[in-house]
Design a protein around this ligand. Structure first.
Ligand SMILES: *[C@@H]1O[C@H](CO)[C@@H](O)[C@H](O)[C@H]1NC(C)=O
Ligand SMILES: *[C@@H]1O[C@H](CO)[C@@H](O)[C@H](O)[C@H]1NC(C)=O
Ligand SMILES: *[C@@H]1O[C@H](CO)[C@@H](O)[C@H](O)[C@H]1NC(C)=O
Ligand SMILES: *[C@@H]1O[C@H](CO)[C@@H](O)[C@H](O)[C@H]1NC(C)=O
Ligand SMILES: *[C@@H]1O[C@H](CO)[C@@H](O)[C@H](O)[C@H]1NC(C)=O
Ligand SMILES: *[C@@H]1O[C@H](CO)[C@@H](O)[C@H](O)[C@H]1NC(C)=O
Ligand SMILES: *[C@@H]1O[C@H](CO)[C@@H](O)[C@H](O)[C@H]1NC(C)=O
Ligand SMILES: *[C@@H]1O[C@H](CO)[C@@H](O)[C@H](O)[C@H]1NC(C)=O
Ligand SMILES: *[C@@H]1O[C@H](CO)[C@@H](O)[C@H](O)[C@H]1NC(C)=O
Ligand SMILES: *[C@@H]1O[C@H](CO)[C@@H](O)[C@H](O)[C@H]1NC(C)=O
Ligand SMILES: *[C@@H]1O[C@H](CO)[C@@H](O)[C@H](O)[C@H]1NC(C)=O
Ligand SMILES: *[C@@H]1O[C@H](CO)[C@@H](O)[C@H](O)[C@H]1NC(C)=O
Length: 756
């Protein structure tokens, strides 16, 4: 859901060139290198004049390649056939030769490059094996939650630089899109009240755009916020173009406010199904049938307004109508007509439009989406190059094989890896290195590799791995890759050997799951789920909990010499979090054992349960403390960003409420509870720990024969909902990073007790 939301490269790609010329990302061939110079100035100011960037003359080439050389006067000259290949070439030099890089949360360490840059004795060359490198899931949590605050802007800026340096040349740009929905809805007669009745609140807009949800539980979305978002979006798309990342803008998908029945009584509309188990008032969105001429009229207006706002910066539009919903008819003619009319409306609005489409629905409901229905639906678009399909879970549940390479439509192999942006260490390194190469050999219409994860919090290495694979015709040797990755990760010159050993250990265990029945994506920590007496630690499959490696192999990072490095600070907290989360499992199992022990008195059981409950409390408090040492693992970071994104202080509680709701009860009354749970300090102490304590209390008070999960959850839910409502108090507020080294030393004694 997401919710279930080079063989020689030239040889391989040439059959495609004809088909994809029109759809080659445009920004990469038209801009100039000023955007790259600006990136250098932003991130490595001391080397503002150390680099020369140039586009070679063969920019028409379908292949992105680069050459980096040292010049006689000591500069580094990066040449490429496209701007994207130049930025990637720059990063290859910085990461592989200088050993400095840029990271999601640890931030940019490029400024750590030495005053004198290493000379290259021979040229550094690279060539992409695919014309497209993509990132972002349109249903992802970053987009779902998008917050407008100065911190968010900094993060977005960091992310765009990260994307460019990783070679990404196409990505959706959704921020502020509500502005165009408002304008187009007003044009056809909807009032602002009608529109507010349709929009979800902040943190849930992605599912509104998919037509899964409508309406905001609690207050309405303030239009001032939309204006702020739009102002930010203008900066974002401008920067994307400068950095050679072609923006994919949203198209009008057809979902309209409920008032359509009175405002446009003649409109042909379809009623979507109830999504998950949301109450009717928040789901069953109404879709304007693409066969209705009004659909084309609104599409034209929606796209023209964006072109006026940003200029003609792209021909790519993202549009999904049946995400996690059953279409109203299974008739092949109907399906063909639906896509055909949607496509024609798009082409009428922009003659060069390319429809970017997520194939998630095919994986989510294989009962409805049989091969002939997929073929029927895609067949409505008779020009293959007018579509670009995202096969969004290619490493585990690819659809492209059964759908015969989408019947010739260009498509992108995407790594999803994580649902709900929960936090746990995990990876399928064989699937992201071997499978895309096999796919390239087998599928003529595969044109790109990309990332479609639902969040960016851990396991950065497995995403980097696929983006690097886009520049290697052979499957990457992960052993060498982990080593060089770790070298760049901790840019310090004194990298102890133990670092490489630690990463090598997790490479062959934590990051090498091959049993996809057991686990096809990041598992959840049982700490973050509603406690129960059925074996929580052995849930397999999507959203499962089962560890795919021996917990004992997961040791912490040990070295103190790197404590001054921001990436190390991030990783040591993350690894320690994992060790503690794994240590929670035997404590839980012991609780079950005690509870189910036959022939014991209620007193004896209660005493033992209380003792074990104290152990559990100690562990979770330790975990909370460790997490609180780094701002990326703090609830207060999330909540204060939510508050800061409110357009005025009067809305701060409302924005915080939505942010709290998403990571806990997810819905007005727990519809997707724990789906987007987080391993953060503050949340551990005030939410997860409290639930576990209530569980212990319930066990103590309840004879095993009378155990009733429903009864327990009936008590829990009002408390969970009130937690989400208790805005204004921030349990772990602090903007500074604490001394993690100190905390970890203090913890050591306590841990030895826990692990004893
Ligand atoms: C695509 O580009 C290649 C290389 O520039 C060119 O040879 C070919 O004619 C183009 N094909 C189409 C259909 O434009
Ligand atoms: C690129 O084209 C320009 C103008 O035609 C020419 O002067 C220059 O020498 C060419 N550069 C290379 C590297 O071929
Ligand atoms: C790109 O590759 C082509 C073909 O291998 C080569 O002729 C060209 O010089 C390369 N360009 C760069 C900038 O490396
Ligand atoms: C939580 O807040 C929402 C929105 O303001 C309200 O509808 C709901 O009744 C509150 N629930 C609880 C348990 O306080
Ligand atoms: C964008 O393209 C459309 C045609 O598709 C054209 O009418 C319009 O003038 C262009 N706008 C700009 C700002 O170039
Ligand atoms: C599909 O469209 C055609 C004409 O565009 C129409 O004749 C036919 O009835 C439509 N079929 C369905 C099932 O909507
Ligand atoms: C899949 O589609 C069928 C109709 O073909 C429907 O009955 C079923 O509920 C759908 N399943 C899911 C998980 O949406
Ligand atoms: C994932 O990798 C394993 C190990 O190489 C392989 O057996 C499996 O078929 C792969 N699965 C997919 C979906 O690529
Ligand atoms: C994969 O895991 C499943 C579920 O635990 C198990 O039944 C199966 O035997 C495992 N497959 C392999 C090859 O180990
Ligand atoms: C590393 O130490 C220096 C000097 O004490 C300090 O200025 C810098 O902020 C530290 N960096 C990090 C990431 O902690
Ligand atoms: C529990 O006690 C009963 C009666 O005292 C006895 O029959 C039974 O075997 C005991 N069960 C176990 C598992 O010890
Ligand atoms: C469990 O608790 C629920 C809610 O209190 C109740 O409706 C149900 O009957 C109970 N089940 C049993 C088996 O007692």
């Amino acid at each position: 859901m997401h919710l279930f939301n080079v063989i020689t490269a030239v040889g391989l790609l040439s059959p495609l060139v004809g088909a994809i010329n029109a759809s080659k990302p445009t920004a990469s061939t038209t801009g100039q290198t000023a955007g790259i110079q600006a990136l250098v100035k932003r991130r490595i100011p001391q080397h503002e004049n150390s680099f020369i960037f140039s586009l070679t003359n063969d920019t028409a080439s379908a292949v992105d390649n680069y050459t980096v050389v040292s010049t006689v006067d000591g500069k580094i000259h990066v040449q490429g056939t496209s701007l994207s290949s130049i930025v990637y070439g720059l990063n290859s030099y910085l990461s592989d030769v200088v050993h400095v890089d840029i990271w999601w949360h640890a931030g940019s360490q490029l400024q750590d490059a030495p005053a004198s840059l290493p000379k290259l004795s021979s040229p550094l060359n690279g060539q992409s094996i695919v014309p497209y490198r993509y990132e972002l899931n349109t249903g992802a949590y970053e987009n779902g939650n998008r917050l407008q605050s100065s911190k968010f802007q900094q993060k977005k800026e960091l992310q765009l630089d990260w994307m460019a340096l990783r070679g990404i040349n196409i990505a959706p740009a959704w921020i502020g899109i509500e502005k165009f929905f408002i304008e187009v809805f007003r044009e056809v007669g909807f009032t602002d009240d009608d529109i507010l009745d349709f929009f979800t609140g902040p943190a849930f807009l992605a599912w509104n755009h998919f037509g899964n949800l409508q309406g905001s539980w609690s207050s309405n979305l303030p239009f001032e916020w939309v204006d702020n978002q739009f102002a930010l979006q203008k900066k974002i798309v401008k920067r994307m173009v400068e950095l050679a990342i072609t923006p994919i803008l949203p198209a009008f998908p057809g979902f309209v406010p409920r008032a359509v029945s009175s405002v446009l009584p003649d409109a042909q509309v379809l009623h979507s199904i109830q999504w998950v188990n949301f109450p009717e008032e928040y789901t069953e969105d109404i879709l304007l049938d693409p066969v209705d001429p009004l659909f084309a009229q609104m599409q034209l207006s929606f796209i023209t307004k964006q072109q006026q706002a940003y200029g003609n910066i792209t021909n790519f539009y993202t549009l999904d109508q049946f995400n996690e919903m059953t279409p109203p008819s299974e008739d092949l003619d109907y399906l063909r007509n639906a896509s055909s009319n949607t496509w024609k409306a798009l082409k009428a609005a922009d003659p060069n439009a390319i429809w970017v489409f997520q194939a998630w629905l095919f994986a989510q409901n294989t009962t409805f989406w049989t091969n002939d229905r997929i073929e029927g639906y895609l067949g409505g678009v008779t020009t293959d190059s007018d579509m670009l399909i995202l096969d969004i879970w290619s490493e585990s549940i690819p659809q492209w094989q059964r759908a015969q390479s989408y019947y010739g439509k260009p498509w992108i192999w995407c790594e999803l890896q994580i649902y709900g942006a929960t936090i746990n260490m995990y990876g399928q390194i064989q699937n992201v290195t071997k499978s895309p190469i096999l796919a390239l050999q087998e599928s003529k219409s595969l044109v790109g590799f990309g990332l479609s994860m639902e969040g960016q919090q851990g396991n950065e290495i497995v995403y980097d791995l696929l983006l690097s694979q886009a520049w290697s015709s052979d499957s990457i040797d992960t052993k060498a890759y982990f080593k060089s990755w770790a070298a760049a990760r901790y840019s310090s010159s004194k990298r102890p050997a133990s670092i490489y050993a630690a990463w090598e250990t997790v490479r062959t265990t934590v990051y090498d799951n091959t049993n996809l029945t057991l686990m096809p994506s990041v598992p959840k920590s049982i700490i973050e789920l509603i406690p129960r007496t059925t074996d929580m630690a052995n849930i397999i499959g999507i959203l499962g909990t089962k560890l795919t490696y021996e917990p004992a192999t997961m040791a912490g990072l040990q070295d103190t010499s790197l404590f001054n490095n921001s990436a190390y600070q991030y990783d040591i907290v993350d690894w320690t979090r994992q060790v503690l989360a794994n240590a929670f499992i035997p404590i839980y199992e012991k609780i079950l054992q005690i509870y189910n022990m036959p022939n014991q008195t209620a007193e004896s059981r209660a005493t033992q349960l209380r003792t074990q409950g104290e152990q559990l409390t100690r562990l979770l408090l330790s975990l909370d403390l460790v997490l609180s040492s780094n701002k990326n693992f703090r609830l207060s970071t999330w909540l204060s960003e939510a508050r800061a994104s409110a357009p005025s202080p009067a809305y701060a509680d409302f924005f915080e409420y939505k942010a709290r709701n998403q990571i806990t009860v997810w819905g007005p009354s727990g519809q997707l509870i724990d789906y987007a749970s987080k391993g953060w300090s503050g949340l551990m102490k005030t939410y997860h720990l409290k639930r576990w304590q209530m569980f212990i209390d319930y066990l103590v008070a309840t004879e095993p024969a009378n155990y009733n999960q429903t009864e327990f959850q009936d008590v829990l839910l009002p408390w969970e909902l009130s937690w989400a409502n208790s805005t204004g108090s921030q349990p772990d507020a602090s903007d500074e990073d604490l001394d993690v080294e100190d905390i970890i030393r203090k913890m050591a004694k306590q841990w030895s007790e826990i692990f004893a």
